[in-house]
Design a protein around this ligand. Structure first.
Ligand code: ZN
Length: 134
């Protein structure tokens, strides 16, 4: 499998517009858009930094995965996303190595791109997202 770059770092926040102020007003990063990802019960915003992004995630439902994360760990880094050249190939490779996956197949995430999550038990506690643009 080939990893191209860190696509984004996901940060779980209680309120995107409040949290974004630090990134936009202090760091001067422009927010490129906000969208609802129904599948993840979350509202997400991207803040690009060079060719990677900070992704802010806010739960849209009290029982959503982001809300549950904040409940147990507080606001903070939620996941790291790696841009892979071929997501199907990467998942097949990981399966062949016995890696525990949350998603056996890619699903559509924010920005309409294909994503899949690897179980955090495999990475010493880091939720890892694989993604492939186009
Ligand atoms: Zn993400």
């Amino acid at each position: 499998m080939k990893i191209k770059k860190v696509d984004h770092i996901g940060v779980a926040v209680k309120n995107i517009s409040e949290a974004a102020r630090f990134y936009t007003d202090i760091l001067g990063i422009k927010m490129t858009g906000t969208e609802i990802v129904a599948d993840q019960k979350a509202k997400v915003s991207f803040l690009p930094v060079d060719d990677t992004n900070i992704e802010l995630l806010e739960s849209t439902e009290p029982d959503g995965p982001v809300a549950k994360f904040i409940e147990s760990k507080g606001e903070g880094i939620h996941h790291i996303a790696l841009h892979v050249e071929n997501i199907e190939e990467a998942l097949e490779f990981m399966k062949s190595k016995g890696v525990r996956l949350i998603d056996q197949k890619p699903r559509i995430g924010a920005r309409g791109i294909r994503i899949a999550f690897v179980h955090p038990k495999e990475t010493r506690g880091v939720l890892l997202e694989l993604c492939q643009e186009e």
